[in-house]
Design a protein around this ligand. Structure first.
Ligand code: NAD
Length: 338
């Protein structure tokens, strides 16, 4: 019988890519556990919804009884934990749900895992906790994050993720739960809810709306195509060492302004505006985000050298695929934003 993996947050941006990779490229059965918040949409999984190895359970990860029942029902060989509240701006406006889902939800999953493993012999079980480079805070003009960087989260979102990472470490150290943490750089790609920089700018450009950029646009992020991220998570699940952390990134540092210029240049070529003016004319600088981290940049040497990890997309190939996907999938945008 095929083994079963839980994916939490499988109806979200990265989670849906994770589910798709597992269904299309492995033999695992997949149980997608998702509460379907504003960011979770089954529309993102239409292509695999009828696959016999895929199941969906609409459950809140904070619900102890229902998560326990799912462990009993499916007897998983692992959990890839991606469910989270993920948008920094929303966490600044209203942080409560971030603390509930990101901290208490992770705590609940760890406790349910502990009870499950105490009753069942599942020797190869692994709990992969998917986290972010934002837990490390902000860099100046030089230097990189790696597995030894000290935690220094700056926003309500990143502090809730940092807290959940610490719970995962504690449950491994205290109860010997077989956990691994991944900390990844900023993701982009298809099925990204259009509130974050890249999908927002692409969609606004397609709709001839202003392209908002915080401050002067000089903040730097390190970008990874979501499909490359989930390949890294699967690699870590299959070959990573229990108790360790793996930093995932693809050496793609860009200022926000560079990202937006790249999108405008590509759109100018493939979908010129009726006015013949450049999409650059839509760029609008808006007041900076509170506590805006200046720079994130990852040194992924550990995962590259110990697990032979290599992203398949460059920033240019990934951003072209992303732009083309949004041009072809405006119906998806309408459904998830209405
Ligand atoms: P997302 O916001 O697109 O999706 C989150 C998913 O979790 C949604 O489907 C939502 O319905 C679900 N969810 C939220 N609260 C839940 C709850 N209480 N119970 C069950 N399901 C719930 O997020 P994303 O961008 O796909 O991020 C996935 C994970 O990867 C997060 O843990 C995030 O911190 C991490 N991460 C994201 C990035 C990035 O750039 N997006 C980078 C590094 C790490």
């Amino acid at each position: 019988m095929n083994k079963t993996l839980f994916v939490t947050g499988g109806a979200g941006f990265i989670g849906s890519s994770m589910v798709r990779l597992l269904i299309n490229n492995t033999t695992y059965n997949v149980v997608n556990i998702d509460k379907l918040t504003y960011a979770g949409h089954l529309e993102s999984l239409k292509d695999i919804a009828l696959n016999e190895r895929y199941s969906f359970e609409r459950v809140d990860i904070c619900n102890h009884k229902e998560i326990t029942e799912l462990f009993d029902k499916y007897q998983p060989c692992g959990i890839l934990h991606l469910a989270a509240e993920s948008h920094v701006d929303r966490s600044i406006e209203s942080s409560n749900v971030f603390m509930q889902t990101n901290i208490m939800g992770t705590y609940n999953l760890l406790e349910c895992t502990r009870h499950y493993l105490s009753k069942n012999s599942t020797p190869s079980f692994k709990f992969i906790h998917v986290s972010t480079d934002e837990v490390f805070g902000t860099l100046g003009k030089t230097g990189y994050f790696n597995e030894d960087t000290k935690y220094d989260p700056q926003s309500p979102y990143s502090s809730s993720k940092a807290s959940s990472d610490l719970l995962v470490k504690a449950w491994h150290n205290t109860y010997n739960i077989p956990t691994i943490i991944t900390n990844c750089t900023n993701n982009y790609g298809p099925y990204h809810y259009p509130e974050k920089l890249i999908p927002l700018v692409i969609n606004n450009a397609l709709q001839e709306k202003p392209l908002p950029i915080y401050g002067t646009g000089e903040n730097i992020r390190d970008w990874l195509y979501a499909e490359d991220h989930v390949r890294g998570i699967l690699l870590v699940y299959e070959k990573g060492i229990i108790g360790q952390t793996y930093c995932i990134g693809g050496h793609n540092e860009k200022t926000n302004l560079e990202v937006v210029h790249t999108i405008c240049n590509i759109l100018d070529k493939i979908k010129p505006r009726a006015s013949q003016k450049s999409y650059m004319e839509l760029i609008t600088f808006v007041p900076d985000r509170l506590g805006h981290d200046y720079r994130y940049a990852m040194d992924p040497t550990k995962i590259e050298t110990t697990l032979s990890y290599k992203p398949q997309e460059t920033f240019i190939t990934g951003i072209e695929k992303t732009i083309n996907w949004y041009m072809d999938n405006q119906a998806w945008v309408k459904i998830v934003t209405s």
